[in-house]
Ligand binder design. Structure first.
Ligand code: SF4
Length: 469
């Protein structure tokens, strides 16, 4: 048997799942990429990587390709001499250059593997840089250690958000005094429109909120012919005051665990976390929770939008019913997607989550057990896209959902793929569409149902190429 046929067999799948010391095409990115992503959501903030230049180039490149926007960020370009002597000298010079040339209001510093392996101490080096006159004594430099040999872009996002809050809130906590606002943490959400939708819903409810790390304009802003380097929408003042909020709600529990813990334990806030609440019922629960916390009712306008989404779901449920799905991506996104698919009458079959932990696996199993449509699903925490390929070839499904890296496995399996996740580098403008909220639910329903219908048309012979679908 030829190798290209053998890798599609059950025998090969068992060998593939037995591998221990090799990862092939993992569905995750580096910690500092998540830190860059987070930092870009704050006013006048320059993401800075203390480490090697190639890492920063990769993060800029990945973010630029997904959003098709320039992504400004710097590194202090550690090379062989820094690997031997440490990166202190690089940081002293790098901070001065970054501050003087790019004139940010804040620098948000993370690390790459190189500086972490050496053991560079960011806090001490930043202090050394202030003493050396690289930056003014009171210039804010938030920092987070982000070693990529543990964690992923989600840990990087969380670490950087926590670091920025700690930096900016110093001396601002009014013990017991609340500012009457709630904080919203979007998480590592590649759809900028989701942040705008969250702001719109809060505005419709009359809820005063601080969206932390609002990078919606950094990744999507008008083409005017004039380059604007800093477009983070969360002001430094708001971010510093976020410790005085009444509560914090995260849209992605697994991307914000550390920050939520800080806000709860150090600042006494009520914290709530969701698992990327895709679909109608999950978003209902989010709005109900906001209403409970703030005392503001859900207005008629939102209920009207919900009704439209229910109608869209009813119109399209026949295209989902009984269809088997394979999905891969981040832990929160997988929980959100699985819930949405089951809500529409589809059946999640393979759920691959490279970032998934045992705890996540149990949470997913409980979600699947809550619906008859989850009965046939298998959950694969820690597995990669080469595992996914074996699953698609030996236990076929009707559709793959995940980022662009899934396209090869989808093509080999002869099934359509709907792109959700990061990065999406082979389709345009998807980040400009919401996936959250009732409009987001309509988008998801539309993309998936129409992909099935297009597949039916594409495979139909002349006798079955129907006008009506
Ligand atoms: S794994 Fe480490 S060295 Fe490699 S790109 Fe990511 S941060 Fe850089």
């Amino acid at each position: 048997m030829k190798t290209e046929e053998w890798i599609n067999t059950v025998e090969y799948k068992e060998l593939n799942f037995a591998r221990k010391s090799l990862v092939i095409n993992p569905a995750k990115a580096c910690q500092p990429l998540g830190a860059f992503f987070c930092a870009s959501g704050f006013e006048g903030t320059l993401p800075y990587e203390h480490g090697s230049q190639g890492c920063a180039a990769y993060f800029r490149n990945n973010l630029s390709r997904h959003y098709r926007e320039p992504f400004p960020a710097v590194s202090d370009s550690m090379t062989e001499d820094a690997a031997v002597f440490g990166g202190r000298a690089n940081m002293i010079e790098g901070l001065k250059n970054a501050h003087d040339i790019y004139k940010p209001k804040m620098i948000a510093m993370c690390t790459s593997c190189m500086s972490e392996v050496i053991g560079d101490d960011l806090k001490a080096f930043i202090s050394n840089s202030r003493d050396a006159g690289s930056i003014p004594k009171d210039f804010p430099v938030a920092y987070a250690h982000t070693p990529s040999f543990i964690g992923s872009h989600l840990a990087g996002y969380d670490n950087m958000l926590n670091g920025i809050i700690e930096c900016l809130s110093e001396g601002r906590f009014k013990d017991g005094g609340r500012n009457g606002k709630i904080n919203i943490i979007p998480g590592f959400d590649p759809h900028v429109e989701n942040i705008r939708e969250l702001r719109r819903y809060m505005s419709m409810m009359g809820v005063d909120c601080t969206v932390l790390a609002d990078n919606s304009e950094s990744f999507d802003s008008p083409l005017t012919g004039e380059y604007q380097m800093y477009k983070g929408r969360t002001t430094l003042d708001e971010a510093g005051d976020c410790v005085n909020a009444q509560a914090t709600i995260s849209m992605q529990a697994y991307a914000s665990a550390k920050t939520l813990k800080t806000l709860k334990t150090a600042y006494g806030q009520t914290t709530e976390s969701f698992r990327y609440p895709l679909g109608i019922s999950a978003f209902d629960r989010f709005l109900v929770k906001v209403s409970e916390i703030t005392g503001k009712p859900v207005p008629k306008g939102i209920k009207w939008e919900r009704g439209i989404a229910v109608d869209a779901a009813t119109d399209a449920h026949q295209y989902f019913h009984g269809k088997r799905f394979a999905v891969f991506g981040d832990p929160d996104v997988m929980l959100g997607l699985a819930g949405f698919i089951m809500e529409m009458g589809g059946e999640p079959a393979h759920i691959v989550c490279t970032n998934g932990t045992t705890k996540w696996g149990k949470e997913m199993q409980a979600l699947l057990a809550s619906s008859p449509f989850g009965a046939g699903a298998r959950v694969y925490p820690g597995k990669d896209l080469w595992h996914m390929r074996s699953l698609l070839m030996t236990e076929p499904v009707d559709m793959l959902i995940g980022d662009s890296h899934g396209k090869y496995a989808a093509r080999d399996a002869g099934i359509p793929q709907v792109r959700i996740g990061f990065p999406i580098v082979d389709r345009v403008n998807l980040h400009r569409y919401a996936t959250l909220g009732y409009r987001g639910a309509i988008n998801l329903i539309t993309w998936i149902a129409n992909a099935f219908i297009e597949e039916t048309d594409r495979k139909s012979d002349d006798a079955h190429f129907e006008l009506l679908r």
